[in-house]
Design a protein. Structure first.
Length: 288
């Protein structure tokens, strides 16, 4: 059903983006697909409705040469993999260079990911990622992250924890099973927020970024007339402790909120009541 369609669409976007990269960077030393089999599977999947979903991600290398003050040219290599759901999820990219120390490499990759997360939610972004590396990567070579500012243990922990809040909008939510899924999955993934059934339907979930992304990937697999992420908030937390995460939450748990509009329209929700509820929670600006 609908998942199939979404998958086909994502697969088509991946292929057209890979075609674009190979036409812009025709030389192996700039762009090379390292897993030809996965690419062939992906193309087969797009061309044949009945084809199996590809078993592995397309992987490729993008090499970027950039000028560095006091050195001639430095090459940064971007090892990339496109998860099957890309571009609804971010690509997996690891940037390396022989001139980067381990901590500089970790910082560079973490900053690149943050940049992509903030600017390309759900859009193809390989060229933008390459541009970013071309413009910014050289600066990391000189960053002094010596023992004084960053110990080895910090380097491994610099995987910044991200707190995310997703605002999901649906044409309508009536189905009891879906409403149960929303509440059960939020609980399982330690997400708080609320679900407003009716027409339109609104779901807000907040918590760890990976949990929010997992919640969204499950929700969108169900059949909907129309469902989308209307707005997304991401906050990087220096220390990703439980207390830090609790501090970011605007909702204690996830519960269903029915703002019944009285009168003949029945299932239509009273958006005025929704507005006041959001205002209380400090989220009124989202209402727009």
């Amino acid at each position: 059903g609908t998942t199939e369609m979404a998958n086909q669409e994502e697969a088509e976007i991946q292929i057209s983006e890979l075609d674009l990269l190979s036409s812009m960077f025709p030389y192996e030393e700039e762009f090379a697909v390292t897993d030809q089999l996965a690419l062939a599977e992906l193309k087969h999947y797009v061309e044949n409705e009945s084809a199996e979903v590809p078993s592995s991600k397309v992987q490729f290398i993008l090499n970027v040469k950039t000028d560095v003050p006091n050195a001639s040219m430095v090459e940064f290599s971007m090892a990339c993999a496109l998860p099957f759901k890309y571009p609804t999820v971010l690509p997996e990219i690891t940037v390396r260079s022989s001139l980067l120390s381990r901590s500089q490499q970790i910082l560079l990759n973490s900053d690149l990911r943050t940049y992509l997360m903030q600017n390309f939610s759900g859009e193809p972004c390989m060229l933008s990622a390459r541009e970013w590396v071309k413009d910014h990567a050289a600066a990391y070579i000189d960053k002094d992250l010596s023992s004084s500012s960053m110990t080895a243990s910090d380097a491994t922990q610099s995987e910044v924890t991200t707190f995310t809040r997703l605002w999901i909008y649906s044409h309508h939510i009536y189905n009891k099973q879906k409403r149960k899924n929303i509440i059960d999955w939020a609980k399982e993934l330690s997400l708080s927020g609320f679900c407003m059934p009716g027409k339109p339907g609104v779901v807000c979930v907040e918590g760890l970024q990976s949990s929010c992304e997992e919640f969204w990937s499950r929700i969108r697999r169900l059949t909907w007339k129309r469902i989308l992420i209307r707005h997304r908030e991401d906050v990087s937390l220096e220390s990703g402790g439980h207390a830090e995460i609790q501090k970011q939450r605007k909702f204690p748990t996830l519960e269903e909120k029915c703002f019944d509009a009285h009168g003949a329209r029945g299932n239509h929700m009273d958006l005025g009541q929704l507005y006041h509820f959001l205002e209380e929670k400090g989220c009124a600006d989202i209402f727009q």
